[in-house]
Design a protein around this ligand. Structure first.
Ligand SMILES: NC(=O)c1ccc[n+]([C@@H]2O[C@H](COP(=O)([O-])OP(=O)(O)OC[C@H]3O[C@@H](n4cnc5c(N)ncnc54)[C@H](O)[C@@H]3O)[C@@H](O)[C@H]2O)c1
Length: 366
């Protein structure tokens, strides 16, 4: 079991990671500090709820929660909407949650983002806990306090920064995660290596097979390293005024691919993988990085079973570029992109060469 502190002044909290962590006495103590004598509303989805809600509920009751109810919404990105948020507000009212009570997000990034946004806004803000159950949520979305929902116009267009009061990640929950969802998280794992940790790139190249097999010690070490890297960035720039933008590597391309695919053809990780491919090709073509950087990134992605392209040859690159222009990272009409310089180092740039961008997009659509 590992405990990683997140130092954000009065919003500081801890990340507890390990196998069977809910059975650990220390987890019980931290849960008691966050939830005892409070009414808790566990928010989960239709896949995760039947698997783990009873266990989460029992842990919260053992930790002294005053009451603990569960609300479930349909699994998947399509539920990341304001209408789901409205149903969560209704559930909070029914459970008589007041400002001293708390929301518990039990699930992947969708549950975490929607539950976190509901907690940020219900009664002008109640506390919330994250119990991440996907690899993506463990290494990325449960840490750092970004919450939000999608609009028809694009992903994550409505949201709030709201830090959780505790994150408890039981890695045994990964045992039931489908391989496709596992890969989704591996895209974010690979991202950390590419943007800020060349040694981690080497570790992932060496341990890809064990990681794919979910070997417990390797999985725990890798997930903890990702959390520490994310914490480092969030501590330096909690509300994305500067450095935190590096975490968006591949995401401006990726979100656009998700959108042109109607949010159903690619999942988030697949889109971000192809998006990082587009970004590295663009960096190399623009002379920002060495010519072999795309193949070095592709080597790592192949080992991790990540897609190198979007597999959407029918899509027009202009539509992807148009979707990128609508992304919220456009500032003053200029597209802001995270582009790699070398493994472990990226730069955030206002990029204007449309021709080169279209070429980079086209090269990874098929
Ligand atoms: N807030 C942030 O900082 C941040 C960062 C990255 C991504 N995100 C968001 O996260 C979302 C993607 O998250 P995700 O990939 O976790 O998707 P998800 O929450 O939709 O989970 C993927 C699927 O796996 C199922 N699942 C979850 N845990 C399971 C388990 N242990 N066993 C079996 N099935 C399980 C879910 O029910 C769902 O069907 C996107 O909306 C993205 O925008 C947010």
């Amino acid at each position: 079991m590992r405990i990683i502190p997140v130092d954000l002044g009065h919003c500081s909290y801890r990340i507890v990671l390990g196998h069977q962590v809910f059975a650990e006495a220390e987890t019980g103590r931290l849960l008691a500090a966050a939830a005892s004598d409070r009414k808790c509303l566990i928010v989960t989805d239709t896949t995760v709820g039947p698997l783990y809600a009873d266990q989460a509920q029992a842990s919260l009751v053992r930790a002294g929660a005053a009451a603990c109810s569960v609300v479930t919404f349909p699994a998947g990105e399509a539920s990341k909407t304001l209408s789901t948020v409205a149903t969560l507000y209704e559930a909070a009212v029914s459970a008589q949650l007041d400002r001293s009570d708390c929301v518990v997000a039990l699930g992947g990034g969708v549950v975490g983002d929607v539950a976190g946004f509901s907690a940020a806004t219900y009664m002008r803000g109640v506390s919330y806990l994250q119990f991440p159950t996907t690899l993506l949520a463990l290494v990325d979305s449960s840490v750092g306090g970004k919450t939000g929902v999608d609009l028809a116009a694009g992903k994550n267009l409505v949201g709030a920064f709201h830090q959780p009061s505790l994150v408890v990640g039981d890695l045994t929950f990964l045992g039931s995660l489908p391989v496709r969802e596992m890969r989704c998280g591996l895209a974010e794992v690979a991202k950390y290596a590419m943007i800020m940790d060349v040694d981690f790139y080497g570790e992932l190249m060496a341990n890809a097979q064990l990681l794919l097999a979910r070997e417990p010690r390797v999985a725990e070490r890798v997930i903890a390293r990702c959390c520490r890297l994310k914490v480092k960035v969030v501590q330096a720039d909690e509300t994305e005024q500067g450095m935190r933008a590096i975490l968006n590597y591949g995401h401006t391309f990726g979100h656009a691919l998700e959108k042109v695919g109607g949010f159903s053809r690619l999942n988030h990780g697949e889109a971000v993988s192809a998006g990082m491919g587009m970004a590295v090709d663009l960096a190399s073509a623009a002379g920002l990085s060495s010519v072999d950087l795309p193949s070095r990134q592709d080597d790592l992605f192949s080992r991790l079973g990540l897609p190198l392209t979007a597999s959407m040859p029918d899509v027009n690159p202009d539509d992807v570029l148009a979707a990128m222009q609508a992304d919220k990272k456009v500032q003053g009409g200029r597209l802001r992109l995270v582009l790699p310089r070398e493994i472990g180092r990226v730069e955030v740039l206002d990029y204007t060469d449309t021709e080169r961008m279209l070429k980079a997009i086209e090269g990874r659509l098929g």
